[in-house]
Design a protein. Structure first.
Length: 58
């Protein structure tokens, strides 16, 4: 039996809707960044990430 797993990633810029995700990510990897630190970083530079655009698993 063949299995076709498809995962399409899209390069995207973080925006204000991603703040909570960034805080959760930093906590998950042991960093203690809060909202203030995340806002400071994002006000100084462009932060990009890969988001799942489409996935299909059989």
């Amino acid at each position: 039996m063949l299995s076709d797993n498809i995962l399409v990633l899209e390069l995207a810029e973080f925006d204000t809707y991603d703040f909570l995700s960034l805080i959760e990510l930093s906590a998950a990897i042991g960093w203690d960044y809060g909202e203030h630190e995340i806002r400071t970083v994002m006000s100084c530079l462009v932060v990009n990430n890969f988001k799942i655009k489409y996935s299909k698993y059989y």
